[in-house]
Write a protein that binds this ligand. Structure first.
Ligand code: RUB
Length: 360
């Protein structure tokens, strides 16, 4: 992703590894501060995932693989038995750092498998290589999702997206934003409606910033405005990302996605989910089996940003003792989804057949 920092154009990734250190863009501070964090151990990487310093299904998947590579290096001097104990413990810690996005589990499982055979040295190399393979597969999948999704975007399309499924969520062009970026770079005029995405405002803070960096025309809207614009005939297409997709096509994504999908159907607007193979969970039959992460109350009771003096602040917006419920994701039943934009092309109904055919 190309970004402007202090007037200088730079090419950066959301996450990368330098041997036993993981580097991430601290997404909690965007768009006001651009800070690269160094994570020195797999424990720090697990904490960065649960604190959402890095976020988005793809990025936390890559972080999980890199975390396991760190764990392998940390366990270098242990016996084979102790090495595996250490790796299993690290894998559990990483997988449990966030429960909903299945990319994390898939990535950690793949890397853990590489820790099972050979000398300790061979195992470390195999785990590190697998973690890099996952990151490079994401880049390829992101580009292919852009390529296939581009065909859905007509000249002057007005597209709604929810949360952030761009370069910060999934290297290197994102999932939901990748078709939009591809279409725009091929000369199609587009306009993006960006849901703010309460409570953490990933749309307002990250998606709007990413589109701005790429000069793609957009407007930020409050979450409650999507239905209004749909009913006015101002939205032609909805594209969102996903955190876990069940075998029947039910989709877990950021809280509020379900509402947008129902509204899209009511207004006869195509609703697409852009996601790679890693986000499809063949072990999960329907959306009912997906664990929905419940996050802390301060995400609703407080709001953060810059004050008039340019200082980063968190302020309380509710009365003391306010009771909060804060599910981070919801499940959109497959019946509301027009299709999946994947690295294997667009998947159509019946999804239980097309998903199996594409990825088995
Ligand atoms: C992120 C979110 C994104 C998906 C898709 O939630 O819901 O839409 O993860 O991302 P959070 P990707 O900010 O809570 O992690 O583009 O990586 O598939």
């Amino acid at each position: 992703m190309k970004i402007q920092i202090n007037g200088e154009e730079k090419e950066v990734l959301a996450i990368w590894r330098e041997y036993n250190k993981v580097k991430i863009i601290d997404q909690r501070l965007l768009p006001h501060k651009f800070v690269i964090l160094t994570l020195n151990s797999h424990r720090e990487t697990a904490d960065a995932i649960s604190d959402m310093a890095t976020r988005g299904a793809g990025s936390i998947g890559v972080a999980g693989g890199y975390g396991l590579a760190q764990a392998a290096i940390e366990a270098e001097r242990l016996s084979q038995k102790k090495f595996m104990e250490y790796m299993n413990d690290a894998a559990l810690r990483l997988v449990n750092s966030r429960p909903t996005a299945v990319n994390l589990k898939h990535s950690v499982q793949r890397c853990l498998k590489k820790a099972e055979k050979g000398s300790i040295k061979e195992r470390i190399i195999a785990v590190c290589n697998e973690s890099e393979l996952i990151a490079s597969e994401d880049v390829t999948a992101s580009r292919k999702i852009g390529f296939y999704g581009d065909e859905l975007i007509k000249i002057n399309s007005r597209i709604l997206t929810h949360c952030n499924a761009g370069a910060l969520a999934y290297i290197d062009q994102g999932t939901a934003l990748s078709p939009i970026i591809t279409a725009y770079n091929r000369g199609k005029e587009v306009f993006v409606y960006v849901d703010e995405t309460r409570p953490r405002n990933q749309g307002a803070k990250i998606t709007a910033w990413e589109l701005h960096q790429q000069d793609i025309p957009y407007a930020l809207i409050v979450d409650n405005a999507a239905g209004y614009y749909m009913s006015q005939g101002k939205i032609d297409l909805v594209i969102v990302g996903a955190d876990r997709i069940a075998s029947n096509g039910d989709v877990a994504n950021k809280i509020g996605t379900y509402e947008k999908a129902v509204l899209a159907k009511e207004n006869k607007i195509p609703f697409y989910v852009a996601a790679p193979k890693m986000t499809f969970d063949s072990e999960c039959r329907t959306g009912r089996e997906i664990i929905i992460e419940e996050r802390t109350s301060d995400e609703l009771t407080h709001i953060s940003g810059l004050d008039d003096e340019g200082n980063y602040r968190s302020i309380k917006i509710t009365a003391d003792g306010t009771k909060v419920l804060n599910p981070s994701f919801d499940v959109t039943p497959a019946k509301y989804i027009t299709g999946f934009i994947t690295e294997k092309g667009i998947l159509h109904r019946p999804f239980s057949v097309s998903i199996k055919k594409a990825f088995d």
